[in-house]
Design a protein around this ligand. Sequence first.
Ligand code: PEP
Ligand code: MG
Length: 757
Amino acid sequence: MAPANAAPRVLMRRLREIMARPGEPQARLDAIVTQIARIMVAEVCSLYLRRPDGSLELFATEGLNKEAVHNTHLAKGEGLVGLIADRAEIVNIHEAQDHPAFSYRPETGEEVYHSFLGTPILRGGRTLGVITVQNQARKVYSEEEIEALETTSMLVAELITSGELDDDVAAMADRTTSRHFSGVSISDGIALGHVVLHEPRVTIHEFLSDDLHNENVRLDQGLETLRSSIDKMLSKAELQRVGEHKEVLEAYRLFAHDQGWVNRLKQAIASGLTAEAAVERVQNDMRARMLPQKDRFWAERMKDLEDLGNRLLRILVGDTETAATSNLPDDAILVARTMGAAELLDYDPKKLRGLVLEESGASSHVAIVARALGIAAVGEAANIVNRVDTGDDIVIDAITGDVFVRPTQDVIDAYSDKVRFHAAKQKQYSELRNKDAVTLDGQDISLKINAGLLVDLPHLAQSGADGIGLYRTELQFMIAAKFPRMSEQREIYKAVLDAAGHRPVVFRTLDVGGDKILPYMRMSGEQNPALGWRAIRMTLDRPGLFRTQVRALLQASAGKVLRLMLPMVTDLSELTKAKRLIKLEEDFLEKHGHEGPERLEIGLMIEVPAIVYQLDEVLPLVDFVSIGSNDLMQFLFASDRTNQNVAARYDMLHCVFLRVLQKIITKSNAHNVPVTLCGEMAGKPLESMALLGLGLRSISMSPASIGPVKSMILSLDLQALETFMIETLATKSGSLREPLERYARDKKVNVEAFKLT
Ligand code: PEP
Ligand code: MG
């Protein structure tokens, strides 16, 4: 064996010569294994490449029987080689035959060799093949030998994927292997398209360098740039742009200064690699040594380190173009570990079809934006980033949370049908856009949309809705880097009112807390956040915050009607306090000579059961009410709306819930106070049919639901339904879903929401 660190350098030089030579691919692979064996003083060196079915084929060998080449196929996971490929792990043992995974292949003649070292050939986290060396002597291979073989693997990986060998070999690069990932839906929809990695993988062109000094200087400069960019990101103003949580960035900073990492990078350079190839090799090495990580904490830290390596790579190769600024395909499906809401907004929405994230649940900010943009999105697709490449075919079913990468034709066909069906339905719904929502017996129904971001505004015209029944002002706060200033808030509200034109907009004051977190606001960790310090409770404790928002809203509505709605009111006193603060702002406006709204209407969200029992007191004090069925259901049935295990346990069409709604509607009508409902149930045709049957004439929903709900209304005889509802509610118990479905079927009410399955 050559002295430490010399072997990799000599090997690199020889491999470079081989790669520079013209020749048949097979001859080149043969020459590669011969050189590895010679320089590593191994009796055997073999190269296995992965077939699309996951099996491994012996492609070249020095030392084993030559007849075995292309004849020895190891099934997926078979033998030590299969183990290395499956786990992307190095195996280094002095007695191969003692290993439980050893599989004897007589055609190879390998029984005389005892020690065995194998490394995976990795590319972007995928295993393309395996390189092994074997010796008769029982020995454990040294760190330098492992390093030499790993570096060689990296070079061979590059050779395979760059197509320098030939198309057949390049096709082995696992590109055709389908993979399935199970995540959770964070924005409904189905999409077929092509992968765009949000953090594009860097292509390394120069692997080898003789100028050690220069590479070390480049590395030092790269590290310096990396560290200062992390410091910059950590400064608060930048936090939201990069969409990272502070802890992740803190971890980056720690790793970026980690001497162990820097030493490993320097060692890799010393073996003859360029600075960027050194980063890639250390990353491969880390993946190989640490995979698979069961412990969540370490798995996260590994991803941090990997992200950091990618950032450093981009700095070193001068590739600062992000996926958002590069040429996007028309059917882009973004894949990322995590992403900030503002980063998603950087993409051209016309080209985005979907989003897949390794992290992020349905209540994350990026999920809110994905829903606002109307793109299908799946979260919690574990480890997907390392298993896809930009350009891969991908299908996402963001109803079930399934993601298919490089899908088989069957999957593509099945989903193409669903998408076509969806498109046809959408076309039908958009044809209803200019039709009034009137029942068969002539009852006018007002359909409005829920919104919360400027990107929602075009939906108002597209859906043909009557207005915005719920504008969730907190969304803008949630995606901002810091509290928006009064003037910033005012401009946004003005833009909303301008976009709405003559159509009414109901602005809900800040509803933060619970699962709606502002990244820049310190909140004490609560045991029961949904029942905690949130919405009106918080804003009344922070009157400055509340008054600033009210001031912005009053100014934005100059000369127009301002409809202002208070969330989560639980007690009459909260309403009176809030009204007092609003009055102070009206007086302030007048005193300073600002033009105020032509009229101010104050409304109340009914979403806490306690307020249902104070309706006679609160209704005379408000101009309108809106039922927040999401929270009302959660509190009435003690069932966390964000917990998948219980969220669907109780039906919104349960008699008890419908009776509570009936009470609210009856009381509001008796007090002559307009009542509407803006929870998710309004957007589901069967549920909205029930709501109309209970007496509601106005509902607000996500824009995509307007078409299906309008289609239900156009086929409904409301008077007959009202009679049915009164009778059924008085006599039945439990869920009314079945009787209502039967009713819709018998009376031919179109409650078939767009269903994909
Ligand atoms: C509700 O609770 O039904 C509602 C509309 O408010 P949010 O979903 O924003 O809590
Ligand atoms: Mg609510």
